[in-house]
Design a protein around this ligand. Structure first.
Ligand code: PGA
Length: 272
């Protein structure tokens, strides 16, 4: 097998709907560039305020980004000593020891490899009794605000255009833009995609806690990663379609200047 030719960095630089769009030859190169941006944002926040508050995402897409951050930490280039993190979502209910939980994912891919203080790594809690879930979700939003807000929110996008587990709906846009952190039902496409981890669609936990659209959009910078042809449609509809609650990614158009998309050529197919 030939080693692939090194792809230019970035291959293309586009703009749509007030967002900056970086298109790379492959996902590995895109993740490396996203890790550069992540580290730069962390460094600027440390310089400006002495601390950084980062919104983290899970799923298949950011695995190589986390590997790249861990490598930088091991080389002594990146420290999480003055960082607080807030994760985007979690299945509900779920035990933190369940390998399918996002808490487990974060430990495996990042937390156990870096110097982040355990009490500064925040995740929505899949074990909170249902009677207290609304209070837990509201408290999560208050914690982020009390921490000074998110310097950066990392996002993937679902095939159905979801961000976090803010799923497609028929709500008026203004209502969706104001959605806080809360418990939601997963969309059929999300459940179908999660069957990859759960073994079968009927096994997928049908509800989840998600950071709301409002706290996501309030982040000072937003990095969206999407790779592969199965994301091309959601990416194109988010960037070139009208703002609609049917495609939650399109709501990122409401914060022009904040959003950078890191795409591989396949995910960008509908834009080129
Ligand atoms: P994935 O999920 O990274 O596993 O494709 C992305 C998302 O659903 O936001």
């Amino acid at each position: 097998m030939h080693a692939p030719a090194p792809s230019p960095l970035p291959a293309r630089n586009l703009e749509h709907a007030g967002a900056s769009i970086l298109v790379f030859g492959d996902a590995a190169t895109a993740c490396h560039a996203a890790a550069d941006r992540f580290a730069d944002t962390l460094g600027s926040a440390l310089q400006e305020r002495g601390r950084a508050v980062l919104g983290l995402a899970t799923g298949a897409t950011p695995v190589r980004l986390y590997a790249s951050l861990v490598a930088r930490h091991r080389r002594g280039e990146l420290s999480f000593a003055d960082v607080a993190t807030y994760n985007l979502d979690e299945f509900y209910p779920i035990s933190p020891f369940d390998p399918k939980s996002y808490r487990f994912y974060m430990h495996r891919h990042l937390f156990e490899h870096v110097d982040l203080a355990p009490n500064r790594a925040h995740l929505l809690d899949g074990t909170v009794p249902e009677a207290f879930v609304a209070e837990h979700a509201a408290q999560y939003d208050r914690w982020i605000a009390a921490d000074g807000g998110l310097d950066l929110q990392l996002l993937g996008i679902g095939r159905n255009g979801h961000i976090g587990f803010n799923e497609p709906t028929d709500r008026p846009v203004a209502e969706t833009l104001a959605l806080p952190t809360r418990l939601v039902d997963l969309h059929p496409i999300t459940r179908a995609d999660a069957s990859r981890e759960f073994g079968a669609e009927e096994e997928v936990i049908p509800r989840a806690l998600t950071l709301g659209v409002a706290p996501i959009l309030a982040a000072r910078a937003i990095l969206v990663l999407a790779f592969g042809s199965n994301k091309a449609d959601a990416v194109a509809r988010s960037l070139t379609g009208a703002m609609t609650s049917r495609v939650p990614g399109s709501l990122l158009q409401s914060v022009p200047g904040k959003v950078t998309w890191f795409l591989d050529a396949e995910a960008a197919r509908g834009l080129l």
